[in-house]
Design a protein around this ligand. Structure first.
Ligand SMILES: N=c1c2ncn([C@@H]3O[C@H](COP(=O)(O)OP(=O)(O)OP(=O)(O)O)[C@@H](O)[C@H]3O)c2ncn1[C@@H]1O[C@H](COP(=O)(O)O)[C@@H](O)[C@H]1O
Length: 109
C-alpha cells in the first residue's frame, strides 16, 4: 500500500478518540456522517469545476489540489463507516487487469 495512504489511515483511526475541538478530522467525526457527505459533495463539485477550467486554461495545479481535498474527505467518510483506503485498494486490485467492459458485464449478472 502507498505509504502516505497508510499513514493517513493511521491518523484517521487515531482521531476517533480525539475531542471535537482538538482537530479538523475529529470535528468532522463529531458532526456526523451527513456533514462528512456534505463535504464530499462540495469537494467533488470543486474538483469537476477545476477540471473544467483546466481544459481551457491548461493550468492543472487546482485540479490536483481539489482532487486531494476530495480524496481526503472520502477517506474520512470511509473511516466514519469503519472502512479504510485498504478496502478500496483491495477492490481496485481485484479489478486490475480485468477489462472494464467485462467488469461491467459481471456487475449486471
Ligand atoms: N489531508 C488533510 C486535509 N486536506 C484538507 N483538509 C482540510 O479540509 C478542509 C477543506 O475544506 P474547506 O476548503 O471547505 O475548508 P473549511 O472552510 O475550513 O471547511 P468548512 O468549515 O466549510 O467545513 C480544510 O479545513 C483543510 O485544512 C485536511 N485536513 C487534514 N488532512 C490530514 O489529516 C491529518 C489530521 O488532521 P487534523 O485532524 O486536522 O489534525 C493531517 O495531519 C493531514 O495529514
Amino acid at each position: 500500500m502507498n505509504d502516505t495512504l497508510a499513514a493517513l489511515d493511521k491518523v484517521l483511526t487515531e482521531r476517533k478518540q480525539a475531542q471535537a475541538d482538538s482537530s479538523y478530522v475529529a470535528s468532522l467525526y463529531h458532526k456526523g456522517l451527513n456533514k462528512i457527505l456534505e463535504k464530499v459533495g462540495e469537494e467533488a463539485t470543486e474538483t469537476l469545476l477545476a477540471a473544467k477550467d483546466a481544459e481551457h486554461s491548461q493550468q492543472y495545479e487546482d485540479v490536483v489540489y481539489e482532487t486531494a481535498d476530495l480524496w481526503f474527505h472520502t477517506l474520512v467518510m470511509l473511516h466514519k463507516l469503519d472502512l479504510s483506503s485498504a478496502d478500496v485498494l483491495k477492490e481496485l486490485e481485484r479489478r486490475f487487469d480485468l477489462s472494464g467492459l467485462v467488469e461491467k458485464a459481471n456487475r449486471n449478472k
